[in-house]
Design a protein around this ligand. Structure first.
Ligand code: NAG
Length: 214
């Protein structure tokens, strides 16, 4: 199940699929109960200067970092107050820059593998928020502020028009250039395999070994 915050967690681990951040399956509430401790995020807002007023941007940035680091778990939706912050993050330069930082590191790793070139080297890409971006969907659904709606999300998936994440796509091309084969692995169900294959091709992913669905 793909959630908005997986947009945010564009981590090397996600790309390498060594682990997939649990954020992808995360849940959010304003009041979190974890290990019996109840705490609430927005009272944690940082105060600015002597005036002591809250800086929302700082709070939302802290929330995002804590989610990425998996310190905030079991969240269901993005805090209402952070919709604007997240929209700016995702549609602005920062998300792209964050993606670039990660994919450049991934490429450095791949380049230094000393591959023997026997065609047996495979790079596994996740689909949602790694190869394909569901940002067009989330942009119309409050960037994760709205509770996740599987019906409408699946309607979006079934359109098969999700764009690639540009930096992931660059990495994909460069990996092919190194002679590494690509496999896609996704938590999407078998019923979405055909449309996902179609979508991958539309997004430019034309060369890969297979797509493995759940
Ligand atoms: C979920 O999405 C479906 C399809 O768009 C819609 O009919 C339904 O009302 C939505 N459910 C909620 C709880 O918003």
């Amino acid at each position: 199940m793909v959630r908005l915050v997986s947009l945010i967690i564009f981590s090397l681990a996600t790309i390498l699929l060594a682990t997939k951040s649990s954020l992808c399956h995360g849940k959010t509430t304003l009041n979190l109960v974890d290990h019996g401790i109840t705490f609430s995020i927005f009272p944690l807002r940082l105060k600015s200067g002597l005036g002591g007023h809250y800086i929302l941007e700082t709070s939302c940035s802290s929330w995002r970092l804590a989610v990425e680091a998996h310190n905030i778990i079991d969240w269901k939706t993005v805090p209402q107050e952070c919709e604007g912050y997240l929209g700016n993050y995702l549609l602005g330069k920062q998300y792209r820059e964050d993606s670039r930082a990660v994919t450049q590191e991934a490429y450095k790793y791949a380049k230094n593998l000393n591959l023997v070139g026997d065609g047996k080297d495979i790079w596994v890409f996740d689909i949602d928020e790694t190869s394909l971006s569901n940002l067009p969907y989330y942009a119309h659904h409050g960037f994760g502020v709205e509770p996740y709606n599987a019906t409408s999300f699946n309607e979006w998936v079934d359109l098969g028009i999700a764009p690639s994440l540009p930096e992931s796509f660059k990495l994909y091309k460069k990996l092919l250039g190194l002679g590494i084969k690509v496999v896609f692995l996704t938590g999407r169900p078998d019923s979405q395999r055909d449309i996902t294959l179609k979508n991958l091709k539309i997004a430019g992913y034309n060369t890969f070994e297979t797509l493995i669905v759940k």
